[in-house]
Design a protein around this ligand. Structure first.
Ligand code: MN
Length: 321
């Protein structure tokens, strides 16, 4: 049997210094951290995957927060886990072979399927925005899901250089999956998203397009009003959805992005409406992130995501006694 994952090796940090999994089929957890550093490139330059080191940058950042686990979190009015026992396991990264892009993506789907079958919520660390395509395929038997994207860009390209599974296409590919019952795209702005045709296609599908300007002018509660109440949400979080003042370390910085609290409140608002059954965090580029501020925000928002799941009773259990 082939090994689906490559565990976090000795000498490297796991997320929050949590237990490292050796075999995916032995997973026992509420939350499973899974790194997917590589997607499907458009050209040789893209095959260098600027976001590939991001999972390590996020794991490094998480060690700072580790010291304060169990302390009082001002934004939660108490402990991050709401006093519950929450098991977080680091599954390392999906094992991949050089050049075998589509086979590697199939392994991503299979890995996430195992995590879902074992009853854990996957938190996938990209990698670029190609990564959610194989991740969302894993929800075939775990849907329907409504996808909420935080991103400056529309990501509705059909193909680039003949590649249909690249970082410009995740939302179009998601729209083709019958178990995806809808989507909202929050933080759109500027140029670089696509042509008129892609916006027309997204609107024709029924995607709820929420520009960053609308978020700033109307606030997150108004944004949440536009998102339908469903049973299950999935969040795909492109770091360039945040403002470049707080997230400069991305491939395509775009002025006018979301603040930290807007992103946090969006995660919290979704968790208060329904189950949030998965998260991916993509497009952090450590080489462009000299002060580590982008990976800091990404890490903090991952913790906030875990926190809102615990505080809404979606993960963990009451501690005995
Ligand atoms: Mn994107």
């Amino acid at each position: 049997m082939t090994t689906l994952i490559q565990p976090v090796p000795p000498g490297r940090p796991s997320f929050l210094a949590m237990p490292r999994l050796e075999r995916l089929d032995e997973l026992e957890a509420d939350v499973a951290i899974l790194a997917v550093p590589y997607g499907v490139p458009y050209d040789m330059e893209g095959s260098r995957f600027a976001s590939a080191p991001a999972p390590w940058a996020i794991r490094e950042q998480s060690l700072w927060f580790r010291r304060y686990l169990g302390h009082y979190e001002v934004d939660f009015g108490g402990d991050l886990f709401a006093g519950r026992e929450v098991r977080i396991v680091d599954c390392g990264q999906v094992a991949m072979e050089p050049g075998q892009y589509l086979e590697n993506m199939r392994r991503v789907t299979e890995s996430v399927q195992v995590i879902l079958r074992r009853g854990a919520v996957p938190i996938v660390l990209g990698g670029d925005h190609a990564v959610p395509i194989p991740v969302l395929r894993a929800y075939k038997d775990f849907g329907p899901i409504f996808v909420v994207q935080i991103d400056a860009h529309l990501d509705w390209r059909d193909e680039v250089n003949g590649v249909r599974e690249g970082l410009s296409s995740p939302m179009r590919r998601a729209s083709e999956m019958p178990w995806v019952c809808g989507m909202a795209q929050v933080g759109l702005r500027g140029v670089g998203s696509g042509r008129q045709q892609e916006f027309d296609d997204a609107r024709a599908y029924g995607s709820i397009l929420i520009p960053a300007r609308e978020v700033h002018q109307q606030g997150i509660s108004a944004v949440l009003e536009r998102i339908p109440v469903v049973e299950r949400y999935y969040v795909t979080f492109d770091a360039d959805g945040l403002d470049p003042a707080i997230a400069p370390g991305v491939n395509a910085p775009a002025p006018g992005g979301l603040t930290y609290y807007q992103a946090f409140d969006l995660l919290r608002g979704l968790a208060e409406r329904g189950r949030v059954v998965g998260l991916d965090v993509v497009e952090v580029v450590p080489a462009r992130d000299p002060a580590g501020i982008t990976s800091l925000h990404a890490t903090r928002l991952i913790l906030d995501f875990i926190g809102v799941l615990a505080h809404t009773g979606q993960i963990g259990r009451e501690k005995a006694g």
